[in-house]
Design a protein around this ligand. Structure first.
Ligand code: CP3
Length: 344
């Protein structure tokens, strides 16, 4: 096995960690903005296999990252289930809302999503032939809780209030929605693997707002079900779990869900994580994205500190969340050079 990312995921401690970045294909890159304009808008870009493959490849050409992540979005699953989805420029996603049984009833069965998502699998097939032989191809989906927060509220919310309200007021409907997303995600990710994804990442961006038993029921249990189903069909495909801002609930999460690797947000202290999380397996992270805006000595020092903290075990270098549109592409070069030159 020569691909660095796969070696780290298999538990190897490498001299320098493999590197990729969340949202590495995005608006901070002029070539991305040009291709998005050619496609028309963001969703058209997601559903155009040639152009989606092109933007996936752009950061690989520019930076030589060790992994490429499929260009798509976690909100394509709600659309495949029959929700309306659109993006408001400068504001973010909008969806038809689900708050009653009458909203839920017209949603399509989980096993039908492949029709709608066929272009995404085509993007993966193109990437499989076009990626350099050393670059790992990552597929992904949103975790059920995070996807449900958008489907219930119809948009991003600071505190996921509408989803918490439905969970309390109509638990049967809330759980039916979580189950539908879980089953659709299994269908979607299995098909991604069959189309060429070598690693899967599950994004639970809003896991941090679940506490106590809710975390067990709606973050941990769905991840466990998805991972078990994928492992049954594709036992050799590693899975990265990202329960963002789960804080102390990161402890034991990999073991409890069967995930091969834990992705850490930047609120997690690297020294603590090396001691308490990395002993259970590979970790990914966790430089704060703002360093891609601000650069300079702080970027170099913080990058070195993270590489150093995780140098005793398997580690994949990444940001703690997605790179932002105001990032300076030169700072990404500085981060990569720092990671590849730093020796503990
Ligand atoms: O990481 C990658 O480069 C792969 C592609 C990817 C995108 N979104 C492309 C995208 C991935 C893995 C995602 C995941 C995603 N999408 C998450 C989970 C990760 C996270 O950031 O917490 C979430 C919550 C979404 C939903 C979503 N998509 C939101 C809230 C927004 C609007 C906010 C924003 O940044 O504009 C998007 C849009 C989106 N998804 C963009 C990209 C490149 C920007 C759209 C554009 O080009 O105009």
């Amino acid at each position: 096995m020569t691909k660095k990312l796969l070696r780290s995921l298999a538990g190897e401690t490498l001299e320098t960690p493999p590197i990729w970045m969340m949202r590495q294909a995005g608006r901070y890159l002029p070539e991305y903005r040009a291709t998005r304009a050619e496609a028309g808008d963001f969703l058209k870009l997601c559903y155009n296999p040639d152009l989606a493959a092109e933007v996936t490849l752009q950061p690989i050409r520019r930076y030589g990252f060790d992994a490429a992540i499929l260009f798509a979005d976690i909100l394509l699953i709600p659309e495949a289930l029959g929700a309306d989805l659109w993006f408001v420029t400068g504001e973010g996603p909008r969806l038809s809302t689900i708050t009653t049984e009458a909203d839920f009833a017209p949603l399509k069965p989980a096993d039908t999503v492949n029709d709608h998502l066929a272009p995404i699998y085509e993007t993966l097939r193109i990437l499989k032939t076009e990626l350099p032989s050393e670059t790992t191809l990552i597929g992904f989906a949103g975790a059920p809780w995070t996807v449900a927060t958008y489907m219930i509220a119809g948009r991003g919310t600071p505190d996921q209030g509408p989803a918490h309200a439905l969970k309390t007021e109509n638990p049967a409907l809330f759980e039916a929605l979580i189950d539908r997303i879980t089953d659709a995600t299994i269908v979607y990710l299995s098909a991604q693997i069959e189309a060429g994804a070598e690693v899967i990442k599950l994004f639970d961006s809003w896991a941090g707002s679940l506490t106590g038993d809710d975390f067990d029921h709606y973050a941990l249990a769905p991840a466990k079900k998805i991972i078990a189903a994928l492992k049954a069909r594709h036992p050799d495909t590693p899975i990265i779990a990202f329960p963002r801002e789960a804080k102390e609930r990161y402890l034991g999460f990999a073991k409890a869900t069967g995930a091969d690797c834990l992705a850490l947000d930047n609120s997690v202290d690297a020294t603590w994580a090396a001691e308490h999380l990395q002993k259970d397996g590979p970790v990914q992270g966790n430089l704060a994205s703002r360093h891609m805006v601000t650069g300079g000595d702080a970027l170099v020092e913080e990058t070195r500190a993270i590489v150093q903290a995780f140098s005793g075990g398997p580690h994949i270098f990444n940001l703690g969340h997605g790179i932002t549109p105001d990032a300076d592409p030169e700072n990404v070069h500085l981060m990569i050079e720092t990671v590849r030159e730093s020796r503990p």
